[in-house]
Design a binder for this molecule. Structure first.
Ligand code: SAH
Ligand code: SF4
Ligand code: F3S
Length: 466
């Protein structure tokens, strides 16, 4: 039962861009608004309140936001709404960066908030509902850790758990430290208490979040304590544990060793390399070399043969030469990633790299990018062949988007897996359970197979994932 609030029976919709940190923040927003009696809806057309959680890591996301908010002006209100005008809010990293400038450019915007004051959103929306006008509030630094807010998770069986916010690394191309502030760690007791709550609520998979989880604890305890977080999380009894993101300069042997010893830690690691050229890595201020990175890969495979590696790569960083690019190409060929997120360099005002001119023509950069993507696909296809014939434990997410007769879920290595649903069992019934699937087809971006123990409805065995 809710007491009556200004939000009672209003419909809201949150549109999220960018990284998992933003997706998680959106779950907190949904949690707060639902707690106040508002109702979540899928479409903007059906919503009385629209919240955009924005990203400015590359230019494309920026342009999209301004377009989407502008076009809202012409979207009619839903039938039966008590409001005379839809209330529109912008938060996240563009909110943090642009503040007042947003309402100057988009006058029908009602509320702007930043990355440090998620918790202010209900108050700002309430002011907009009751008084009209613009309500802009952007703070410099976090006054409280956002995780003290309620959350409405997208899936009952999976939870994101931020262990740090902000970033101290200042890679020369990156806007994140400017819009998320300095790195701040959460006390270990808070993290464990939240994880225990999730385990008790039936959550199967926890993903620890931070811009660089490896430096967790440096601000609180004087030295990084990420390995201790992994131990403590494993001890909660969580079935599957993952984390993102890991900076190669701070990935320790101790953390690598956890892949060999911790029951719950899934055999997959996202380890962004950005470039395979030492000259470019130095210009990016990444503070590791190609050789160091390849040594990490060797140690990871020694600790856990078959670990699935994924990475991020930027093509066309200012000054990248043909030789630099070949170094990146060769590194990708050598490592054999399961997945690579490839980006063309995007100039971000205010970052050190933005003041470096680059004479390389656009079509040359595009040509490098296309070549790299071809290689990535070829190597991902090859990496997936290793699972042909294997039985893998799949955490079911629901029905496949392409075929309602197929279940879709995730393998321990984080591959998408499809399998026909048993007769009379719906994808909804299996969602959130772990089922064994025998893999008989391995494609570039997914595996498919058949349930290994006929109609394993409800099978939720404590898979150790290896
Ligand atoms: N903290 C994480 C994620 C940062 S943003 C990390 O360090 O890996 C995610 C990815 O976006 C980065 O890994 C990088 O590959 C890419 N990226 C960041 N800034 C960019 C820019 N200016 N142009 C192109 N890609 C960028
Ligand atoms: Fe950006 Fe580098 Fe921080 Fe990642 S580690 S968020 S790429 S500055
Ligand atoms: Fe984008 Fe902000 Fe994340 S800029 S990548 S949403 S931290």
């Amino acid at each position: 039962m809710h007491t009556h609030t200004p939000f009672t029976n209003l419909a809201f919709c949150v549109r999220t861009f960018g990284c998992q940190m933003n997706k998680h923040d959106s779950e907190r927003i949904a949690g707060m608004l639902e707690g106040l009696g508002a109702l979540p809806v899928e479409s903007i057309e059906e919503a009385d309140i629209v919240v955009f959680m924005t990203c400015c890591v590359r230019e494309a996301a920026d342009t999209r936001l301004y377009g989407q908010v502008a076009s809202l002006k012409n979207t009619p209100l839903r039938a039966g709404t008590p409001l005379s005008k839809r209330v529109v809010a912008v938060g996240g990293c563009i909110g943090q960066r642009d503040g007042e400038r947003l309402v100057e450019e988009l006058p029908h915007l009602d509320v702007v908030f930043g990355t440090h004051n998620l918790g202010s959103l209900p108050r700002l929306l309430e002011a907009a509902l009751e008084e009209g006008g613009h309500h802009v509030e952007v703070l410099d630094a976090a006054s409280s850790f956002p995780t003290e807010l309620p959350t409405a998770r997208e899936h009952a069986w999976a939870a994101w758990l931020p262990i740090t916010v902000g970033c101290n690394n200042f890679c020369s191309y990156c806007i994140v430290p400017y819009v998320r502030g300095r790195e701040k760690s959460r006390p270990l007791e808070d993290i464990v208490a939240e994880a225990e709550g999730y385990v008790a609520a039936g959550v199967k998979e926890i993903t620890l979040l931070g811009q660089n989880v490896n430096s967790y604890g440096r601000d609180l305890y004087g030295s990084p304590r990420f390995a201790a977080v992994l131990d403590a999380l494993d001890a909660t009894g969580i079935e599957r544990l993952r984390f993102a993101t890991s900076h190669p300069k701070d990935l320790t042997d101790e953390v690598i060793g956890k892949f060999a010893t911790l029951r719950s830690l899934m055999p997959a690691l996202h380890l962004p390399v950005q470039s395979g050229s030492d000259a470019v890595l130095a210009a990016m201020n990444r503070r590791y070399t190609r050789g160091h990175y390849l040594e990490l890969v060797r140690k990871l495979r020694e600790a856990l043969p078959g670990i699935a590696l994924s990475t991020d790569i930027i093509v066309g960083f200012p000054g990248e030469t043909a030789k630099d690019f070949e170094d990146t190409y060769r590194l990708v060929d050598e490592v054999g990633y399961h997945q690579v997120f490839t980006f063309i360099y995007s100039k971000r005002e205010g970052t050190p790299a933005a003041s470096v001119d680059d004479p390389t023509p656009r079509d040359v950069i595009q040509g490098r990018f296309d070549r790299l993507v071809d290689l990535v696909q070829q190597r991902a296809f090859e990496a997936n062949q290793a699972d042909l014939g294997a039985v893998v434990d799949v955490l079911v997410e629901g029905a496949s988007k392409r075929d309602a007769g197929l279940l879709a879920g995730r393998s321990p290595k984080n591959q998408t897996v499809h399998a026909p649903l048993p007769d009379g069992v719906s994808a909804g019934e299996l969602a959130g359970t772990v089922v064994p699937v025998r893999i008989d087809e391995a494609k570039t971006w997914y595996l498919s197979g058949t349930l290994a123990d006929d109609g394993a409805a409800g099978h939720a065995g404590a898979a150790d994932g290896r």
